[in-house]
Design a protein. Structure first.
Length: 392
């Protein structure tokens, strides 16, 4: 990547990581906080408060993506950050669960993942776009692990309401970052019917289906894995990061070399299919080996190698497949599929864990890549132009 692309990638990856960092910190501490609110909160209300963010995100990603095609990426991203910050402040000052639900819905209304991906795609050449997308995905993964570690610590210092407020402050700090640090690229005028065209493109739909299943299996994994880690490695929940952090860091190392090798050699489709197969092997292997410490660690590592590669490859393929005039709409549909996949995975994983235990939850997750293969085999990857050297 040249200096312009590195600047855009670093700024947008940091923005996305900081935004998600505040969200992830809430996860390990919110249930106990909600229980002690004045008037309390039912388990259903706690679950709704956690899931409402993703549900509103899924609904609004498409209209925000389409809007970014019409008015530009940066105005939509700034609007989303302001909505997210406002929702964070509402939740941080709430004294009972219903206002927290309002705050979570407002946080979800800042649905800018599609617009962020579209801006990153606008700012990078097709030849290096997968690498840029993978960097953004790795930053989000690292923010997830760090947030799980710091969430309980910060809740002891500033409380969960303080974490909500801190999250809002981070979103506001990101506004000048998006305006000043991210390079401005020329806007391609949108064309009528962009949503219809994106939904009519069967190749784009195959990619949307892929990210739906990828995040469904990832959510299912995170339902089963904590129980396996606790039983096999005897680590309490507060120390699970001791496994997740090295696994995540090790899994990222081969991904960038793989991306450069694959795209340079024209091996995108076979490598994509191989990564899907690796997901199934890792998850089905975890179903059998999760009671053995080495087996659990190796299967998690294999899963995240494949996951990180696909997390960078799929949005890059979407951005290269979709015409520039409706790239935002296409990536909005993609982002909605991503959030809906997480929602579906939480339901699938909870059901499987309750009925068939840890091995059953891993096994069900391991069947999802096979479903993905059924339509991925007919995928036609977008062409990748030759990489031209640039010193700009």
């Amino acid at each position: 990547m040249n200096r312009f692309e590195w600047r855009a990638t670093a700024a947008l990856s940091l923005l996305q990581a900081l935004r998600m960092f505040g969200m992830f910190m809430i996860l390990p501490v919110f249930a106990l906080y909600a229980r002690d609110l004045p008037g309390g909160a039912t388990p259903a209300q706690v679950g709704l408060a956690i899931g409402l963010y993703g549900l509103v995100q899924a609904v609004l990603q498409i209209p925000f993506g389409m809007l970014s095609d019409r008015v530009g990426r940066k105005p939509v991203i700034v609007l989303g950050l302001l909505l997210f910050a406002f929702g964070s402040f509402v939740a941080g000052h709430a004294q009972e669960i219903h206002w927290i639900l309002v705050g979570r819905a407002l946080q979800g209304a800042g649905a800018i993942s599609g617009a962020l991906s579209a801006l990153l795609a606008d700012s990078t050449r097709p030849q290096v776009r997968t690498q840029a997308m993978a960097i953004m995905g790795a930053g989000m993964g690292l923010s997830f692990i760090v947030a799980l570690v710091l969430g309980p610590v910060l809740s002891g210092w500033i409380g969960v309401d303080g974490i909500f407020t801190l999250t809002g402050a981070l979103a506001l700090l990101a506004v000048p970052g998006i305006l000043l640090a991210v390079p401005t690229v020329p806007r391609v005028p949108s064309q009528p019917g962009s949503l219809r065209r994106a939904l009519a493109d069967t190749q784009l739909l195959r990619l949307d289906g892929g990210i739906f299943l990828l995040h469904a299996m990832m959510t299912t994994l995170f339902i089963a894995a904590p129980h396996a880690i606790e039983e096999t490695l005897h680590l309490p929940a507060a120390r699970h990061w001791e496994l997740y952090l090295p696994v995540l860091l090790l899994s990222v190392l081969p991904v960038f070399a793989l991306i450069r090798r694959v795209e340079g050699a024209g091996l995108l489709k076979p490598t994509l299919l191989g990564a899907i197969v690796l997901l199934s092997v890792a998850l089905l292997g975890a179903a059998e080996l999760h009671t053995v410490a080495v087996g659990l660690c190796l299967t998690l590592l294999a899963f995240f190698v494949a996951f990180n590669y696909l997390e960078g490859t799929l949005p890059s393929m979407i951005s290269r497949r979709a015409p520039p005039e409706h790239k935002g709409a296409a990536l909005g549909i993609y982002a909605s599929s991503q959030f809906l996949g997480g929602f579906a995975g939480s339901s699938i994983g909870g059901f499987a864990l309750g009925h068939w235990g840890i091995d059953g939850a891993f096994a069900v997750a391991g069947l999802l890549p096979l479903l993905w293969l059924s339509f991925a085999v007919s995928l036609t990857p977008p062409p990748v132009p030759r990489l031209e050297s640039s010193s700009s």
